[in-house]
Design a protein around this ligand. Structure first.
Ligand code: CS2
Length: 491
């Protein structure tokens, strides 16, 4: 049996594998991170690793899984160590990261997690819990007060389940103990993510006690961030390949592209690591970076996910290499770009060209199915924002509408060969009900889905011309299929 990656085996790794350049035992936790997924481990943890490597000691990360014990079970026997494999086509580099100095599984030990968050040495609580983890209404960005986890957390605040519930209770404990609040650092792809999380947590807090809600709204900092690195779910093949290169087993490495970007609003009253040394950008205004990334990158990703999946493309790299899709992407970007005020020094044409190259990275198997998940939570900021801007300004939006119709076609739940699609979405029941008339009645399905206000708000369904455009697009997709439908688009 091969040995396992751990403190003990670290010294025996091949020379070219980067590893912690500091004494891990001397590191004190300064950050609690909620959401121990692949993205965090390849993004914020890597940037923090560089800060620790440069000599800072007080920014170790205690990371918490809010659901499953799987990552803890994989990493605990490895002393929290794991590998980041950076791949671009044929090139690969490996780095073992030591920044995770503690791992908690929230459902097993909610009190231990709260104690870590309430510890005065912790000055930042960061999050990557995906869009749906905030228990908000995606169309309005407000707390969904009927959400089962929110109802639970209001009934039992001292043993929460949701991310907002943990934030509210830990802040409550700090306030009661006279400890300054931590800064809440959202690392998810939400629009105006700092302000959105502030609104959600302050509302939850005020449902507990009005004065507490005001305190959260006024005294706690929620800087906004734009986060970017493509990090697909790790596969069995990735594990085997990384293990072979290391010479020891790593039960859960992560694999990502070389590109990494983090733009952070510089508002950390309790202090922060100097992530700039790892390439992060601190700025007063994240909004233009965030709009560009959510709309140009994530919007195109979702379009490729639905239309690509339907066309039989298993990965983004496959879809983006298909000339029919490339042409579609160019048309989509041309419609999205006018809704994006370019951040200082950025040319949107160059940005789009770079995105196409990133999507085509053959070394990543980023499944279209993975990105297709949770569309109801993603589409408002990715594609509906640009659609509203186009309608307001009288600009064409055929590609945007077609991409959204791709989602509608996808949630009908049957692929082009008649096989069932495993549609994952917190609104799955509602989507399934709306899409029930199925492929036989695409026009009806389009208007029923458009009527789901948690996704589309009230305004889009009221736009008669737009409703017809959705009906036409879904009919084309249902009749002709995704790829032939794109070919038939007269652009
Ligand atoms: C993707 C993102 O899964 C998805 O919805 O669009 O995870 C994307 O890969 C990242 O935001 C890239 O930074």
């Amino acid at each position: 049996m091969t040995a396992r990656l751990s403190e003990r085996t670290l010294a025996a790794l091949p020379r070219q594998v980067a590893r912690p350049a500091y004494q891990r035992a001397a590191i004190v936790p300064g950050i609690v991170h909620l959401g121990l997924g692949a993205f965090h481990r390849a993004h914020q943890a890597v940037m923090t690793e560089a800060v620790l490597g440069a000599g800072a000691r007080d920014w170790g990360i205690v990371a918490a899984s809010l659901r499953s014990p799987d990552t803890r079970d994989a990493l605990a026997p490895q002393d929290g160590l794991y590998t980041v494999a950076t791949r671009e086509d044929d090139a690969e580099t490996l780095q073992v990261v030591g920044a995770l100095v503690g791992i908690v599984v929230a459902p097993e030990a909610p009190h231990a997690l709260l104690a870590a968050m309430a510890d005065p040495s912790v000055r930042i609580v960061s999050l990557s819990v995906t869009e749906k983890g905030y228990c908000h209404d995606p169309a309005t960005g407000r707390l969904d007060e009927a959400h089962p986890e929110i109802r639970h957390d209001l009934a039992t605040p001292a043993a929460p389940r949701s991310a907002p519930g943990f934030l509210a209770e830990a802040l409550h404990q700090r306030r009661a103990a006279g400890v300054a609040p931590f800064t809440v650092l959202c690392c998810d792809n939400l629009p105006a993510n700092g302000a959105t999380v502030r609104r959600v947590v302050a509302r939850l807090a005020s449902l507990r006690d009005r004065g507490f809600g005001d305190w959260v709204g006024n005294e706690v900092a929620f800087p906004s961030t734009m986060v970017d690195r493509i990090v697909p779910a790790t596969t069995a093949e990735d594990r085997a390949r990384v293990g072979a290169s290391l010479g020891v087993e790593d039960a859960w490495p992560v694999v990502g592209e070389r590109f990494i970007q983090w733009v952070i609003e510089d508002r950390f009253p309790a202090g922060r690591p100097d992530w700039a040394i790892a390439g992060a950008t601190f700025t007063a205004d994240v909004a233009p970076f965030e709009l560009m990334k959510l709309r140009m990158l994530n919007g195109a990703h979702s379009a490729l996910a639905y239309l690509g999946y339907l066309a039989g493309h298993e990965t983004v790299a496959e879809a983006a290499a298909d000339p029919v899709f490339e042409k579609f992407l160019r048309g989509l970007w041309a419609e999205i770009a006018p809704s994006v005020p370019p951040p200082p020094g950025v040319d949107l044409g160059d940005y789009a060209a770079r995105l196409l190259a990133r999507f085509r990275n053959r070394a990543l198997r980023h499944r279209t199915w993975q990105i297709a998940m949770d569309g109801s939570q993603k589409l408002p900021q990715r594609l509906l924002g640009p659609l509203r801007a186009a309608r307001r300004e009288g600009r064409p939006a055929r590609h945007i509408v077609h991409a959204l119709a791709g989602w509608m076609r996808y949630v009908i739940g049957q692929d082009e060969r008649g096989a069932a699609i495993d549609v994952r979405d917190p609104l799955r029941a509602e989507l399934r009900e709306a899409a029930a008339p199925g492929l036989a009645e695409p026009r009806l399905v389009a208007s029923r889905l458009l009527g789901i206000s948690a996704v589309f708000g009230e305004d889009l369904a009221a736009d008669a011309e737009l409703s017809r455009a959705f009906q036409d697009a879904l009919e084309t997709l249902a009749r002709q299929g995704s790829r032939a439908g794109l070919q038939a688009m007269e652009i």
